[in-house]
Design a protein around this ligand. Structure first.
Ligand code: NAD
Length: 467
């Protein structure tokens, strides 16, 4: 029990493969959060002062993450549900992100525009950064926030989702072996912890990944202290198949673009538009894969598709599927929960879906995919662009120039050709429309955690400057 005599509150963490509580995590109070943010503020001057020391520490942090890879991956699978191989891949990407940003120091730039002054842009860090992340990729998405924030010289307070707090807590302990004290602190708890963090006057940048409604709440909360806000929000990505597509050749890649991580990927393919002539063939190819993919607990080495992460999300997936079936859709595969314990939903391919059904217009975020026919490319592009989301999109076909011309018409942040959701660490990542505010990834992610500080100085021959 703490010195105050108060017993620490805790909340349960459920294994989605069984539906049973298997551990718990601290439910941190407002005064604990205040103390963490205060310490992050005091750690900032030391951390921002020495870029070379930061590079060394972040490289060491990447090594420490890799060394703890087995423990991190197992815990991640246990609380998130994804197959163990995918957890290992997530840990590897977490380390890779740290390494990428460790070696990306901000440059100083001198501007000379013919006037008798020169201006120098020096980049300054912001202060304590709040990083708030969802449950679908707890480690990787956390690293996408803390790696650039730390590399820029900020300190970080990281809050995972209460559905997946444990691997992030372990990650925090692993990082603590390489980073100075209080430079990165993990806080866990149920709401209103996130709201408190987003509105805290000690925070200078709130970098958030999650749903559109919560993103709105975070932007509103951060307005109180005028902290900078970066929002990476939901998506409803369309894949547009052109009439020269070879269905057999793309079916595997398209299936996994929709179903990886049980469809719980912000930039998963969430709608497929197929030419009417090929529609039945596309439905059949995807349904055949959905019916045969091994579904099971993530720790089982044969599993390719795990459970949905949590009970509310399972209910949501079930509701949009039922609504689509009630609207007249037909399940070419799946369409229902799986019997037995855990949050398993049968991989589902829907056809004959009315375009206005929520499974098309909203984000299903689960193992359910509608396949819609179209008659002209203009019609497909209009439908693809016809939601408030604008995260990603893809175009699939044999003629790459034609596919690229169609991809260029998609209103989104990233458009792929014959791929989906492949990202380089060096590229900017930004959603259009309601899918985001600000830019993450690559140098843009680093500069999103910095402010320009400009020094104007007269040239050497200035009449006032020299004696
Ligand atoms: P969510 O918005 O419910 O929660 C995200 C985080 O915000 C969690 O840590 C949660 O505890 C916290 N939170 C909840 N209420 C809050 C509040 N009032 N103030 C501050 N924080 C609060 O999202 P989720 O269900 O955890 O994740 C799924 C969503 O995330 C999907 O919409 C998905 O598309 C999106 N997502 C986007 C990206 C991207 O890069 N664009 C990546 C992954 C997931």
């Amino acid at each position: 029990m703490p010195a105050s005599g108060r017993r620490d509150a805790r909340f349960p963490v459920v294994d989605p493969a069984t539906g049973e509580t298997f551990d718990e995590a601290p439910d941190q109070r407002a005064d604990e959060l205040d103390a963490v943010i205060d310490r992050a503020g005091r750690a900032w001057p030391g951390w921002r002062a020495d870029p070379a020391a930061r590079t060394t520490a972040l490289r060491a942090a990447a090594d420490a993450v890799e060394a703890a890879g087995d423990d991190l991956a197992r815990l991640l699978t246990r609380e998130q549900g994804k197959p163990l191989a995918e957890s290992h891949a997530e840990v590897a990407r977490t380390a890779a992100r740290l390494r990428y940003f460790a070696d990306l120091p901000p440059g100083t730039r001198r501007i000379t525009d013919g006037r008798p002054v020169h201006s120098e842009i020096r980049w300054r860090s912001l202060g304590p950064v709040a990083a708030i992340v969802p449950w679908n990729f707890p480690l990787q998405l956390a690293a996408a926030k803390f790696a650039p924030a730390l590399a820029a010289g900020n300190t970080v307070v990281l809050k995972p989702s209460p559905f997946t707090p444990l691997a992030t807590r372990l990650l925090g302990s692993v990082l603590a072996t390489a980073l100075p004290e209080d430079v990165l602190t993990v806080v866990t708890g149920r709401e209103p912890l996130g709201a408190r963090l987003a509105s805290h006057p000690g925070i200078r940048h709130v970098t958030f990944t999650g749903s559109v409604p919560t993103g709105r709440a975070v932007a509103g909360a951060a307005a109180a202290s005028l902290a900078r806000v970066t929002l990476e929000l939901g998506g409803n990505d369309a894949a547009v198949l052109l009439d020269d597509v070879e269905v057999d050749r793309i079916a595997d890649r398209l299936f996994w673009a929709a179903f990886r991580n049980c469809g719980q990927v912000c930039m998963a393919v969430k709608r497929v538009y197929a030419p009417a002539r090929l529609h039945a063939e596309v439905v059949e190819a995807l349904a055949q894969r959905a019916k045969t993919v091994p579904v099971g607990p993530g720790l089982d080495p044969d599993t390719r598709l795990g459970p949905v992460n949590n009970a509310p999300q399972l209910t949501r997936v079930e509701q949009v599927t039922r609504q689509a079936l009630a609207d007249g859709a037909r399940a070419a595969a799946g369409g229902h929960r799986l019997d037995g314990p855990g949050y398993f939903f049968a991989p589902t391919i829907l056809t004959d879906v009315p375009p206005g059904s929520p499974v098309v217009t909203e984000e299903q975020f689960g193992p359910v995919l509608p396949v819609l026919p179209y008659r002209s490319v203009d019609e497909a592009v209009e439908a693809a662009n016809g939601t408030a989301f604008g995260l990603g999109g893809s175009v699939w076909g044999t003629d790459l120039d034609r596919a690229e011309a169609v991809a260029d018409r998609l209103e989104c942040g990233t458009a792929w050709i014959n791929h989906h959701a492949e990202l380089s660490l060096a590229q900017p990542f930004a959603g259009a429309k309601h899918s985001g505010v600000g830019v993450a990834g690559g140098p843009w992610g680093l500069y999103g955690n910095l402010r320009p500080f400009v020094v104007h100085r007269p040239r050497e021959d200035d009449e006032v400057g020299r004696r």
